[in-house]
Design a protein around this ligand. Sequence first.
Ligand SMILES: Nc1ncnc2c1ncn2[C@@H]1O[C@H](COP(=O)(O)OP(=O)(O)OP(=O)(O)O)[C@@H](O)[C@H]1O
Ligand SMILES: [Mg+2]
Length: 250
Amino acid sequence: MEKVCYSVGGRRILRDFDLHLEMGVNRTILGVSGVGKTTILKLLLGLLQPDSGRITINGEALAGLPDRELARVRQRIAIVFQGGALFDSMTVGENVGYRLFEEGKLSEREIERIALEKLSFVGLEHAIDLYPAELSGGMKKRVAIARALAAEPDYIFFDEPTTGLDPIGVYNIRNLMLRLQEQGQTTLMVTHDLETAFAVSQRFSFIHQAHLVFEGTREEMMASQQPEIREFFEPGERSLFTYNNGEQET
Ligand SMILES: Nc1ncnc2c1ncn2[C@@H]1O[C@H](COP(=O)(O)OP(=O)(O)OP(=O)(O)O)[C@@H](O)[C@H]1O
Ligand SMILES: [Mg+2]
């Protein structure tokens, strides 16, 4: 993303926002609730269009791409949504293989083999014939990760992957993300879970009131004296309602 501006409902969500994903690196976007983190993911997927600025995926600009081309570029990206966003009427295996099935390039047998392989990566091969309603929240997220992996994407986006999970669930997700790291997968995460972010991320982008106020390593971020960053890591009495009241400059 280069100098991306985006407004919705008369409110400026992003102003001159820059974001660069290095291959093989995990980057985390940090910022208070409602600041626009999920919006950034949607812009990168081409689900929303910026007012100005440039978004390129693998060197290809999203703006002006016809739908079919956009779909092709989008196939290089997988996203793990907060709730998992599984199809309730399909089994776990069908959910994982769904995208490959839609592409219509592989046989059913081959798709089932890949689904099983990806499910075993997340430790859920035994759940292949279950329906999402039969899974816990943590299991659903793991299935969503297996589904993301099935299409062998260049990039995987995680929107709050650990929110709402117990410590074991958080540990599992963190472990999976670390293993993706070891495999050289490029990932982008949005989270409030600082422990997970620090465990798996090499780079951080911090967004505050529509602006990118920090980009760099954990050490650089922790050493930063910028007030909005200090406030985020050490909230005090004075932070009550000051940073999260929806009032942003326009
Ligand atoms: N269709 C819309 N109309 C008006 N405002 C919207 C619309 N969609 C999103 N917004 C606003 O855009 C802002 C950014 O939303 P976004 O979901 O990107 O925040 P977020 O940083 O992901 O928050 P959270 O951490 O709570 O998930 C929010 O304040 C939201 O109210
Ligand atoms: Mg969000």
